[in-house]
Design a protein around this ligand. Sequence first.
Ligand SMILES: NC(=O)c1ccc[n+]([C@@H]2O[C@H](COP(=O)([O-])OP(=O)(O)OC[C@H]3O[C@@H](n4cnc5c(N)ncnc54)[C@H](O)[C@@H]3O)[C@@H](O)[C@H]2O)c1
Length: 414
Amino acid sequence: METLKLGFIGAGFVANFHATALKQVRGADLAGVYALKGAEELAKSATASGLGDCKVYPNVAELCKNCDAVAVLAPNFARIELVEQIVEAVKAGAALKGVICEKPLGRTVAEAKRLVAFAKEVKLPTAYFENQIHMKAVKNALAQLAPQQRVMGPIALARSAEEHAGPHEPWFWDPTQQGGGVLSDMGCHSIAVSWFVLTPIGKPVTFLKPVSINAETSLLKWGRPKYRKELLDRMGVDYGKTPAEDFCTGIVTFRNPDTGQLVKAQFTNSWMYDKQGLRLLMDGLGPGYAFEVNSLKSPLEVFIADVAAEAVADAETALEKATASRGLLAVQPNEPDLYGYVDELEDARGAFLAGKDAFLNWEYGLEITRLVQAGYLSAERQKSIDLADPAVQQELDSYTSLIAQGKGAEILCK
Ligand SMILES: NC(=O)c1ccc[n+]([C@@H]2O[C@H](COP(=O)([O-])OP(=O)(O)OC[C@H]3O[C@@H](n4cnc5c(N)ncnc54)[C@H](O)[C@@H]3O)[C@@H](O)[C@H]2O)c1
């Protein structure tokens, strides 16, 4: 079996998740890591766990020279400079078969467009990592219900939520670095997975045409004085000055270009979900059939009494963003697989070795960025945004939300 030698740029939270996922992918090694922090530890644990002879490289150019494909797993604010360096490395002779970028592709439409142009310039196949579309639960639900869909008609309403109690690193909280708040960070997942679920079986991922978006952004918890101070003390980010939304919701309407049917994607995201830990919730409703996914429903529960709680070393080994280490706890024994990381890596490996884009490419990532940014525009204007209007598309090309500009107080603290 042919092996793809992968290189990671970034060695933080998501890079470690992908390294764990990669253990479940055949024909792929983690051959190298370049990161400002954490590279040595990641390379050591990857080598120890049989992912190949993983080396630390001092820069992007050296990593690219020694790998078949690289994955940009660094913070959103570093995308442009890193992809620019990848493109330079390819021009200098690095024989890359593909490049991966984590969500969101860009903090603005303009940024996402630049990334697409960079990859095109050197004809580099791309993968946009939106793990939720690759979740086995979602793919299975659609496969199980394919006969019903064919006979009764497609899913007409999809609802999706991703929620937890708040991100793990300061840069996520800083809207000027991250590109916004929870809509930019997690709304991109929920909008993408619902668009996918609504797409009639066998049609391409952008088959349904976006018609309109109506969204709200709010600051429900982390703007309150007590929690604002906690955030400032813990993360060094001042939501008194540069707040971001910790809650968003909205509806995207899509049109089926063959039948004219309108279908709806409802999304809800929050950084104030003070329950067990990360929850992904998706459902799809078609005529006479439905499905529901809830990532907190696990076949495994453990109970830890107060007297035994001291023995718990790390609650996050049970569940991503876990907030409790005692009581009745949900444990997901294989989170990288549950959340779709294994399948998206497998897909990228196969595509790059075949010389083509992954199932989700950067052009698709750009479309998701457009929808997310249109969501911010809708929330700012407090009105529905017409996504079929060329003037709106033109406006989005140079749009940076007030929240991402650090002026979130104008709309969140009124
Ligand atoms: N698919 C998902 O569900 C998911 C989950 C978490 C994060 N992400 C995405 O993955 C990306 C990384 O997030 P994370 O949580 O791992 O962040 P993190 O802060 O935990 O880790 C970032 C890593 O990148 C490194 N880094 C920072 N700037 C760099 C630069 N200029 N050059 C090289 N390395 C640099 C850091 O040293 C660190 O190793 C983000 O874009 C985030 O949106 C996706």
